[in-house]
Design a protein around this ligand. Structure first.
Ligand SMILES: Nc1ncnc2c1ncn2[C@@H]1O[C@H](COP(=O)(O)OP(=O)(O)OP(=O)(O)O)[C@@H](O)[C@H]1O
Ligand SMILES: O=P(O)(O)OC[C@H]1O[C@](O)(CO)[C@@H](O)[C@@H]1O
Ligand SMILES: [Mg+2]
Length: 491
């Protein structure tokens, strides 16, 4: 096996098409670093566990459904504690920062990093950076102790605060150096991980013995490679309350329609899973599946049919759905961005509700009762549920093991149910989206019986494999079962 560096990517190739996309290590740019026995060796909790330390050669495949002759494909380094560590406990000065929008579980991850560092590795110097990236240079720090963080997992939000924008690489790395920090734990979404990648590069350029480790956070579940992001399950669960309310309202009125808008800027995972979970939703609209209102196979026709058959209906719409329809109508509207450069979306829930009202009440003179529910921030401001708490704990522990072992420039993530270290580039190169030619979307369509909004021409082209490679119809999770996407709890 030979190692070559491609754009700071460590790629190891082996027999039968085996490829390991490895993560950087401090020794890649600082040779002859001293090592220490892992303190877990004398920790009563672990010393009796057989093979607790991860074998250096253990890797995790990205594709788990394979054919007899298919290449073994991409692998990631398996996460977990190593026999040797590259920091003595007394020397570690860690910091934790949370960036981007809120997500259930942020506090759990903070808690578990602090606890893991202290209880497993005897590290008691952990700084909390307040207010996201800009907190490195514009805010005070707080000392995070196991006692201080003991019950923060019961609260929503992040005790450190968060923000968008304000990523000044030089100032951030200067601050890391000034504080003598040598382990940086960065919790955030796709933007945050891009920021972490440039911090890592600058640290490496300066030749510092500082580990940069990311933990992916996003309720949109738009981070690629990993099975799912923490907080997603909680958000889907919380969304059920809004859907239930919409259903009750719709059921109790003549021609009742409940419209629920859920988060999901570019990826409709929350809407898709909330719909699949609920069974009360008749139509789910997501950014990846363009829809139309008028004519055969359109939304109005489906609403009319549902009202005629059931007397009521519930529509779930992801906030990023139908934005192209709104843009067509408001072509003069200025496109605005948030401080991180993310496009600010128009309220599609309000828009579609008004369109339905206009169509049925004004055009068809058919009375309807439409209730629009926008629980947007409610689904992400709650504390994480039990399964997300466990998930956050595992992610945090793995991240700490990797940092202590000297790995850097990595994100801690679960791939096919296994803990891995994934290079930043792989995490940031694209966004994870619902692929509407995947089985999962087909399952949803079969469950709601809603129109697919695809034209016959689209369907024929897809079947013939002639459809142009668009983000809407192509993805590397061509079969969500084979990619492990969202299937950690599925057989
Ligand atoms: N390309 C980039 N390079 C450096 N920093 C970035 C980049 N993109 C975003 N950031 C920084 O990362 C932080 C978070 O980014 P953003 O607001 O897009 O949220 P996010 O991490 O994607 O989370 P989410 O979208 O789930 O809320 C911000 O402080 C932003 O300045
Ligand atoms: O917190 P803000 O800036 O209002 O951003 C909201 C966005 O953040 C997210 O919750 C995560 O990216 C999106 O679903 C949503 O569009
Ligand atoms: Mg983002």
């Amino acid at each position: 096996m030979g190692i070559e560096s491609k754009y700071q990517m460590k790629v190891v190739e082996g027999d039968n098409g085996y490829v390991l996309e490895d993560v950087p290590h401090l020794t890649d740019y600082i040779p002859h670093l001293p090592t220490y026995d892992n303190p877990l060796q004398s920790n009563p909790a672990y010393s009796v566990v057989k093979q607790y330390f991860v074998d250096m050669d253990d890797t995790v495949p990205q594709k788990i459904v394979v054919h007899k002759d298919s290449p073994r494909g991409l692998h990631f380094r398996r996460a977990g504690p190593r026999q040797k560590v590259y920091f003595s406990s007394d020397d570690v000065r860690a910091c934790i920062v949370t960036c981007g929008g809120l997500c259930p579980g942020l506090n759990t991850v903070i808690r578990e990093i602090v606890h893991s560092l202290d209880y497993m590795y005897g590290v008691d110097k952990v700084l909390g950076i307040e207010g996201g990236y800009r907190g490195f240079y514009a805010k005070n720090t707080i000392n995070l102790t196991p006692k201080l963080v003991d019950d923060i997992h019961k609260r929503g939000g992040t005790i450190l605060g968060t923000s968008r924008g304000g990523h000044d690489t030089t100032k951030i790395v200067d601050s890391i150096q000034d504080h003598g920090i040598n382990q940086v734990y960065i919790i955030g979404g796709d933007g945050t991980q891009k920021g972490a990648a440039v911090i890592y590069e600058e640290i490496r350029r300066r030749g510092l013995k500082v580990v940069v480790a990311g933990i992916p956070k996003t309720i949109d579940n738009d981070i690629p490679v990993i099975d799912k992001s923490f907080g997603f399950d909680t958000a889907v669960e919380e969304a059920q309350r809004a859907i239930n309310a919409a259903h009750v309202e719709a059921q109790s009125a003549e021609n009742g329609i409940g419209v629920v808008k859920l988060m999901g800027r570019y990826s409709g995972f929350i809407a898709m899973y909330a719909t699949l979970a609920s069974r009360d939703v008749d139509c789910c609209l997501i950014p990846e599946s363009p829809f139309y209102l008028e004519g055969s196979g359109g939304l109005f026709e489906f609403v009319k049919k549902s009202l005629r058959e059931d007397g009521h209906m519930v529509i779930v719409i992801a906030e990023g759905a139908g934005q192209e329809l709104l843009a067509e109508e408001n072509s003069h509207a200025r496109s605005e961005q948030d401080a991180s450069g993310n496009k600010l979306l128009q309220d599609v829930g309000l828009w579609v509700s008004q369109k339905i009202r206009d169509h049925f009440e004004k055009k068809l003179k058919m009375p309807i009762t439409l209730k629009y529910i926008d629980p947007t921030y409610m689904i992400r401001a709650v504390p994480s549920n039990a399964s997300d708490n466990v998930y956050c704990t595992i992610l945090a522990q793995s991240c700490v093991h990797g940092a202590m072992a000297g790995y850097t420039g990595f994100t801690s993530g679960v791939v096919n149910g296994r803990q891995t270290y994934i290079p930043f580039n792989r995490i940031t190169e694209k966004q994870n989206k619902v692929v509407i030619t995947d089985r999962m979307w087909a399952r949803l369509l079969s469950s709601t019986n809603q129109p697919s909004f695809l034209s016959t021409k689209d369907i024929v082209e897809v079947q013939k494999g002639q459809h142009p490679p668009t983000q809407l119809l192509d993805g590397d999770n061509n079969d969500s079962e084979t990619s492990g996407k969202q299937n950690t709890s599925m057989a």
